[in-house]
Ligand binder design. Structure first.
Ligand code: NAD
Length: 480
């Protein structure tokens, strides 16, 4: 009998109003894992009503910020206790390496501790006025019910990036996780109650984006939407929230450049290029999918990247020896595969990879792939593939590569490999990307704010700045 998961509303499991469930499958083995409730507008109504009541409940509304911090710390401790189970479930759901999910779970408490520490540091200020008889001061308030919509590629980490600052600031939440990764978010919601958060502060409605997700975005009781996912969905959410004058934070897609200069340590750069694009089978928003190599090191870099790509061990993501797992679901596999075909039709050459490997597992595996003979006019270079496909291009000058790197609708991240400090500073300043890494790739922490430029996002996640995304500023005047 397949295990069934209901929504999590007002502190307990809640069956879907219309009794519908959908199936979740392991992308490595195609084994059916469980069924989760297929949320409707009716389920979203119940969840928002619970979150709204919790927001007004003195048990939460009047809880001191210091105590909100304590609850977040307790939640962090429960994550530590349950880390192995959660990591294994995420691996089974989305096909990412178990050792990577263990790493993410080990890092998760840092997010909760960081915002626990900020809960009692949200403050306003006293503002000078033209009259000594009037006192003007500001205060920061929580917004109300926050709708959090998250993708499947790092479910708990991306959900916690929203939940931790939102709760630290005193909001309540309705979370709509990706339909591919429902169960760890449901378990996480249970842990919030175990940690002592009052019923209704954290609610989860599972289901499809176009159904439960859209209903959450459209719900009149929502004060803000915080979304991580594709740029196409983000655009839809932005127009809906703009029409109702409510806020949104959007963390969207990318097509990040990874630039290797002639003076770089090519061995390190090759490792950075490989990790930049092939980690998580390329299914990361920050994937360094456009690789620019100075003509003087182009051949050497290509050879090193291709050799490493060919040696990557593909297999069951639960095995310690595996370096590359499957794509997360069938449509992902079809998308990645059709982009490689499109690239070849556009004139690209496949330097390595380009097809489905033999693993004997039956899942949605795709080889680490390197395309050459490409340029910025091709769709494989312009559009986010979200798979293990790197496009490598030569360049001659710094100005040329800067123009090529910035010639994209996206602006999420960029990598620069150089031993020249002045060039590192110049490039960091001039690249149109919210995050720039020099001689490294993928570094991130809850303490460091990140923002997608251009079509990669709106608003800031992580860092002190993220607290402003979950509060509003009130100006109070008192006639003394
Ligand atoms: P997606 O946009 O298809 O789905 C994301 C979430 O939105 C899911 O929960 C989905 O059910 C929901 N959704 C879909 N349609 C909706 C609608 N009409 N209304 C409301 N909700 C809807 O994205 P995905 O395929 O799950 O994730 C991959 C994308 O996420 C990539 O583009 C990737 O770059 C991006 N991403 C960005 C970041 C970041 O921090 N910038 C991090 C991870 C992933």
């Amino acid at each position: 009998m397949t295990q069934r998961y209901d929504h999590f509303i007002n502190g307990r499991a809640a069956a879907p109003a219309d009794g519908e469930y959908f199936t979740s499958t392991n992308p490595a083995t195609l084994e059916v894992l469980y069924e989760a409730a297929r949320g409707t507008a009716e389920d979203v109504n119940r969840a928002v009503a619970a979150a709204d009541a919790a927001f007004r409940n003195p048990l939460w509304r009047d809880l001191s910020p210091t105590k909100r911090g304590h609850l977040l710390r307790r939640l962090a401790d429960l994550v530590v206790e349950n880390a192995e189970e959660l990591a294994l479930q995420e691996t089974e759901d989305n096909g990412k390496l178990l050792r990577e999910m263990r790493g993410q779970l080990a890092g998760l408490p840092e997010y909760l501790y960081y915002y626990a520490g900020l809960a009692d540091k949200v403050q306003g200020s006293q503002v000078p006025t033209s009259s000594i008889e009037v006192l003007n001061y500001t205060q920061r308030e929580p917004l109300g019910v926050v709708g959090a919509i998250t993708p499947w590629n790092s479910p708990l980490t991306l959900t916690t990036s929203k939940l931790a600052p939102a709760l630290a600031a005193g909001n309540t939440l309705v979370i709509k996780p990706s339909e591919y990764t429902s169960r760890t978010i449901l378990r996480f919601a249970e842990l919030t109650v175990q940690a002592g958060f009052p019923d209704g502060v954290v609610n989860v409605v599972t289901g499809m984006g176009a159904e439960a997700g859209a209903a959450l975005v459209e719900h009149p009781g929502i004060a803000k939407i915080s979304f991580t996912g594709s740029t196409a969905t983000g655009a839809r959410i932005a127009s809906s929230t703009a029409a109702r004058f409510i806020g949104c934070t959007l963390e969207l897609g990318g097509k990040s450049p990874n630039i290797v200069f002639g003076d770089a340590d090519v061995d390190n750069a090759a490792m950075g290029v490989v990790a930049g694009i092939f980690a998580a089978a390329g299914q990361t928003c920050i994937a360094g999918s456009r690789v620019f190599a100075h003509r003087s090191v182009y051949d050497e870099l290509l050879e090193k990247v291709a050799a490493r790509a060919q040696s990557i061990v593909i297999g069951d993501p639960r095995d310690a020896a595996t370096e590359l797992g499957p794509l997360a679901f069938e449509a992902q596999l079809e998308k990645v595969s059709s982009y490689v075909d499109l690239g070849v039709a556009e004139g690209a050459q496949v330097a390595t990879g380009g097809g489905r490997p033999e693993t004997g597992l039956g899942g949605y595996f795709f080889e680490p792939t390197v395309l050459t003979g490409v340029d910025n006019s091709m769709r494989v270079v312009r559009e986010e593939i979200f798979g293990p496909v790197a496009a490598i291009m030569p360049f001659d000058t710094e100005d040329e590569v800067l123009a090529l790197a910035n010639d994209t609708e996206y602006g999420l991240a960029a990598g620069v490999w150089t031993q020249n400090l002045a060039r590192a500073h110049r490039m960091s300043r001039r690249l149109d990307a919210g995050t720039v890494w020099v001689n490294t790739y993928r570094a991130m922490s809850p303490m460091s704010p990140r923002q997608g430029f251009k079509s990669s996002g709106v608003g800031i996640e992580h860092g002190l700045e993220s607290m402003n995304e979950y509060t509003r500023l009130k100006s109070i005047w008192i006639n003394t």
